[in-house]
Design a protein around this ligand. Sequence first.
Ligand code: F3S
Length: 424
Amino acid sequence: MRLTDEERAMLSGEYGPAVAKAMDFLVRYGEAVGAENLLDVNSISIGITGYDRMPRSYGDAGAFNEYFSEIYMDSSETVEIPRVRANSCSILHEMDSRLWQVQGVDERVHDQTEYLEGCCNAIGLAPTFTCAPYLLGYVPLKGEHCAWMESSAVPMCNSVFGGRTNTEGMESGGAAMMTGKIPNWGYHLDENRLGHYLVEVGYDIRTARDWGLAGYYIGGAIQEKIPVYSGVKEFPNLRKLMVCSAAGASSGGIEMFHIVGVTPEANTLEQAFGGRKPLDTLKLGKEELRQAYDALQTATDPNVDFVMLGCPHYSTEDIWRVAMMLEGKHIADHSNLWIFTPDAIKTVADRAGYTAIIEKAGGYVMCDTCPCIAKKVPKGAKIFATDSPKQGHHMHSIMGLPAWYGSTEDCVNAALTGKWKGEF
Ligand code: F3S
């Protein structure tokens, strides 16, 4: 791989042993995928979790260095982890640092997670703790090279903002954080960003629920290819695009999509395909959305005892909407309503009074985590409802919890009544 003078200096140890190991990792990674060079990156989103994988007791001096060297740097030799060289932020935590007991997190996990956060803060990793870093100012501009890790955020970066990222792992994300470099391959290259499948939208998709179904159906149908949605009548807002991104990355592995007339690299069909012929044309009509809807209803019992909202993490607007639906009401006995967002957004919701309305109704606004990452649900919960195909898909497969999927209104209604009444 072609390296610049600066990159060679990093590799030879001039920037310290950790940077040398990180650069060695990036060179090996780049050569394995056929990259010709490295790119400068200044937007890195990385998950540093795994308290339970720490090689020594979490409180030991040097435990973080040992853990990071082994797990994140593929190194049996422990090196001191330096401060980050590029703008880097954290994806999710394994707990809410205030409501961890409500979540059911035990004290040992709490202490280890706090220790890990302290170590990450010490090296300058911003404690955003969100799968939606763009909600907190990590907004890539068109053409900006990034190194993001979260599967729901990657299609947002590539498709919605026009940034460029592959789905990085914790090792490559860690190396990028220490060097500000990432191999130039995959979605960083123009030719890999063109559409593969034409999706003819024959249904008037307007709601977030239907955008979730669209992403879920198409992800299942084409897996990791790039769909080009054509025929969309209404400009989707941020939440709709977030839900669609997360859904397509759950039933499949979609890292990029185009919506003709909406996303920045698809002003026209011609631009989205770059003059190439689509591999095939898929229909996306009412029947296909219904198939996705039916696949997501893994519950049959209408008695709902857990409603989860905020996957991907809710924005201030999303929290406001739910607060307005709950104002003056109370959730049913034995019902649990957990809404997930990053702490920085909860601060705004607190100051605006939204959190107080939700809490008065019996719900919680939880920060920095989610049930899939924490593997925590309310004690005794048996049936849950969500407005996220991703959460429904993963909670059923990871935690074995049967799910209802529907609109946010359906879910809030289920929390208020304890019954699922949503329909396609
Ligand atoms: Fe985020 Fe957890 Fe959903 S990481 S996208 S809230 S599964």
